[in-house]
Design a protein around this ligand. Sequence first.
Ligand code: PEP
Ligand code: MN
Length: 354
Amino acid sequence: MIIMKSDATPTQIKNVIKEVEKYGLRTDVSRGDFRTIIGLIGDERKVSFERLAMLPGVKEARMIETPYKLISKEYAKAAGEKTERIVKVGDIEIGGDEVVFIAGPCAVESKKQLFTIAEGVKKAGAQILRGGIFKPRTSVHSFQGLGGGGEEDAREALSWLREAGDKYGMPVVTEIRGETQVDLVAEYVDIIQIGARNMYDQDLLVSVAKKHKPILYKRHFGAGIEEFLSFTEYMVAEDNKDIILCERGILPLGKGKSYTRYTLDLAAVPVIQKETYLPVIIDPSHAAGRRDLVFSLSCAGVAAGAVGLIVESHNNPAEALVDSQQQITPAELKDLIIACKKIKKAIGPRHNKG
Ligand code: PEP
Ligand code: MN
């Protein structure tokens, strides 16, 4: 990381960038109110920081040890930027004073289904609409989402999602499953979701980040926190800091019956909030895999400091084509939102406790 003097000129900054590039590294330039910070992307061990520190306009040049430096609190602090980033989607602030509720069906099944649910979740108090169109499924024989029917079907489903969001005043989010879907999905949605199974796909991360839209990025169920944050860095290295991190449960332990689909890693929320300025939300639905646990896990997530929740909600959960056991009705969602808002009030604003 190179910290420039507050009176460093644009030519001096350009010169430092050129010197860094000579080592074969890229840069992330963060222009704060008081000074400019140049982050190094690549292997810093090749770099002579003593040499860079001597260049005109440079205040300090040092190595940052963590594998995820661009998203670290340390980096934001050095740049004089806020150590808690708010991701703005329209007039909704993710990471601001209020908990943000994202809700909708696991999968978009029909226009009627989507509009009924959109109306229901909006009335329940949700601010952002979710709906899967390209579904990651274990079996090729299962419903793959309407996107599985080809580009024309995907476009139609995406246009319903857009229309439902516009009608009910909610930004929309859907998952992309592969690089071939990025351009298409980016045309329609406000937030692009990268699902748990794709957390490690660095080419996908880069191509999504290049759309410069907010990204909802889910932790893989087998990933450590350091891995999750290190892969997040791929997107920030493309100059996209509008990333919402999502804890959605890790693989359960031990033999015998698993009572939950995954194990919600609650401690990951405050841990990640201490490490990075990016906001963290919880997905209680996939973590629990059971509708009767969604309320408790949502409350616990907010109590642990999550700035938002993504909850699967369906007007007729029993008939849902995907994840029918874990979807809750809009009426149940309403109770959950009321309870979570009370909890948020009790614990206070998102603090920088790190
Ligand atoms: C989803 O949100 O629709 C989903 C498939 O979640 P995850 O990637 O967390 O399994
Ligand atoms: Mn689902």
